[in-house]
Write a protein that binds this ligand. Structure first.
Ligand code: SF4
Length: 247
């Protein structure tokens, strides 16, 4: 997932009853069309999810899951990453791409966790975003998927879908704020994953509008009339320790 995190600095679009009603119907249909909605990175602890999410920047989740399958056997906690010898961690995560920056981020994040939080991943936005390499998008994924704390993570898929649906015309930084104003807190985690999966599977850069389950609710002026050329459809993988989800 590529981060385009929201901030609270921009004013949200005013939300009237028609928009709220359309947003609710959109979410219900997306949830029905993507019954496997939920985290697509494998993890067994908040720390593993934090590591996997940092590694997932500009990479496919499937590739990250392949790498972490062995990585998490070797590196059990933040002290292992903080103490990893130069070159060794880089080699172990090479397949995720941008491995030098990611190794640096993992070492710094792990050191911060040890120094400031006794090695435990905090469960609030303010503390999480104090860690090196952890922005609002990464923190929101960890809060929602590992702790069940309501949060909306805005990646490129969520941003694209929200914009095409006319749920947020704010600049990328304001999308999180717009969606938070539109949906009740209990739905924030569901909004994240339903929008992510819809953006990966149907509303891709070239959208598959003819088979879109929310076509009649979408005002996007450039809807496609024919299906784009076929390509593999990413599937959500069951996480090894997913929290309870509110449906
Ligand atoms: S109709 Fe097309 S543009 Fe609108 S949400 Fe569906 S796939 Fe995306």
């Amino acid at each position: 997932m590529v981060a385009r995190a929201g901030t609270r600095s921009r004013a949200a679009k005013p939300v009237g009853p028609p928009l709220r009603s359309r947003a609710r119907r959109i979410l219900a249909r997306l949830a029905a069309a993507n019954p496997d909605w939920g985290p697509t990175l494998s993890f067994t602890s908040p720390f593993e999810l934090l590591v996997a999410t940092i590694l997932a920047a500009q990479a496919q989740d499937e590739r990250i899951n392949q790498v972490t399958r062995t990585l998490f056997q070797k590196y059990r906690g933040p002290s292992d990453y903080a103490a990893a010898r130069k070159g060794v961690l880089e080699r172990d995560i090479k397949a995720t791409g941008f491995f030098n920056q990611k190794a640096k981020a993992l070492r710094a994040m792990s050191s911060g966790l040890l120094e400031e939080f006794g090695g435990e991943v905090p469960s609030d936005m303010e503390s999480l975003t104090r860690l090196h390499g952890v922005g609002r998008k990464t923190a929101s994924i960890v809060l929602g998927a590992a702790f069940g704390v309501p949060a909306i993570a805005v990646d490129r898929h969520v941003a694209r879908v929200a914009e095409r649906l006319g749920l947020s015309r704010a600049a990328p930084g304001g999308i999180e704020e717009s969606l938070r104003a539109l949906y009740p807190k209990k739905d924030w985690i569901k909004v994240t994953w339903c929008f992510v999966l819809h953006g990966r599977r149907v509303c891709r850069p070239t959208p598959a509008c003819p088979v879109c389950p929310i076509n009649d609710l979408c005002p996007y002026p450039k809807k496609t009339k024919a299906l784009p050329a076929p390509r593999p459809i990413p599937r959500a993988l069951p996480s090894r320790a997913a929290p309870r989800r509110s449906r």
